[in-house]
Design a protein around this ligand. Structure first.
Ligand SMILES: Cc1ncc(COP(=O)(O)O)c(C=O)c1O
Length: 375
């Protein structure tokens, strides 16, 4: 028995006809860059999220980098970022000569620890990047409250790269901040057949600036007005994403159904596994299903031997990365994040995964603990 961590071929297979025909259409038109498919996808994705402007780009990392660049901040200005996180937000800050300031994780939702957030805000703080990690929306209202209480003008940025279609208080994430960023990396809930990303905003002035920056600072071809780069989603990727967007809600519902099975089976077993918490006002789309387990590394090896593929998201928090040693953080500065990185294990969840496999995965996890812990 092999249960892969993700099965992108199975997903392709389920929409093969639609996707093949969409790709062929682009090839026939040879409209490969900035084509009609890109324009249409931008409109459809903006509509899906109910946000005015969608600007597609080469990746989620570019979306963060271009987003921060458009804010016209000064070198050394501080950007608050959760330390338990993928590295892209910190990379974007550094690319813009800004200082990443890390915040500890809230172990209940893998989002920001509000107490630590409040402590880290100071006169140099210019933006907070909220990350809806693993598909779980973070506490937007509480974070806004902290910003308000500080009395400072601080941009709120949403990193929704792992949360396409997730909802907070009935509204899709991505529409709460000054702008939000999405990734279409192939394994994401909405994934292309290569790299891709987008930045979304209701702020028309910012939107214009993002468009300028993504194409060499040019409104008119060959006439650059401001410094810019080249960051484009190509037409084939846009065509694939247009097909997949139609299936996204159905796929997210399947992820939720599988997550509910995990909750049920883990609740029935007596082992000490912590599953993600469910919040009444937040709809997670379970980009990943991350459990917290004792003897995590042994469990992972055991599952590997049984043919069940799991991953660790993430083995290190950002403050523990060698590259950010110069920021001066030390062991113990982020106790929650340091604890979680030793316990977290992502187990398979994707729309094509059969329901019976969830039973098998939980059974194997149970058998690992039953053979080790006297009950
Ligand atoms: C939370 C988060 N932010 C940003 C990114 C960067 O996206 P991309 O890989 O498209 O550059 C990712 C990608 O994994 C991510 O998970």
């Amino acid at each position: 028995m092999i249960i892969p961590f993700i099965d992108l071929f199975a997903q392709y297979h389920s929409i093969k006809k639609e996707v093949d025909s969409a790709i062929q259409k682009v090839i026939n038109s040879s409209d490969f860059v900035q084509g009609e498919e890109v324009d249409k996808f931008e409109i459809e994705f903006a509509d899906y999220l109910n946000i005015k402007n969608c600007i597609t780009l080469n990746s989620g990392t570019d979306a963060l980098t271009i987003g921060l660049r458009a804010l016209d901040l000064s070198p050394g200005d501080e950007i608050i970022i959760p330390t338990y996180n993928f590295i892209a937000a910190a990379v974007a800050a550094i690319e813009n000569r800004l200082k990443p300031v890390f915040v500890d994780v809230d172990p209940h939702d893998f989002g920001m620890n509000l107490e630590d957030l409040e402590k880290k805000i100071n006169p140099r703080t210019k933006a907070i990047i909220v990350v809806h990690l693993f598909g779980q929306p973070d506490k937007i209202s509480e974070i806004r409250q902290v910003i308000k209480k500080s009395g400072r003008k601080i941009y709120l940025i949403e990193d929704a790269c792992q949360a396409h279609g997730a909802k907070y208080k009935g509204r899709k994430v991505g529409s709460f901040g000054n702008f939000s960023v999405f990734s279409f990396y192939p394994t994401k809930n909405l994934g292309a057949f290569g790299d891709g990303g987008a930045i979304l905003t209701n702020d028309t002035i910012l939107a214009r600036k993002f468009r300028l920056i993504k194409q060499y600072g040019q409104k008119k071809r060959y006439f650059s007005e401001i410094f810019g780069i080249n960051s484009r989603l190509d037409s084939i990727q846009a065509a694939v994403l247009r097909v997949k967007l139609k299936h996204l809600d159905k796929w997210n519902s399947k992820r939720i159904l599988l997550a509910n099975l995990y909750f049920k089976y883990f609740a029935e077993s007596k082992i000490q596994i912590k599953t993600p918490r469910v919040f009444k006002e937040r709809k997670s789309v379970y980009h990943l299903f991350v459990i917290r387990a004792s003897k995590r590394d042994e469990l992972k090896e055991f599952l590997d031997r049984k043919g069940i593929k799991s991953m660790v998201h993430y083995p290190q928090s950002l403050h523990q990365q060698k590259v950010y040693k110069y920021l001066g953080y030390k062991k113990g500065d982020f106790p929650n994040a340091e604890k979680i990185t030793k316990q977290n294990l992502s187990i398979p969840i994707y729309p094509e995964l059969k329901k019976q496999k969830i039973r098998q995965i939980v059974d194997e996890i149970n058998s690992f603990y039953y053979s080790r812990i006297p009950l």
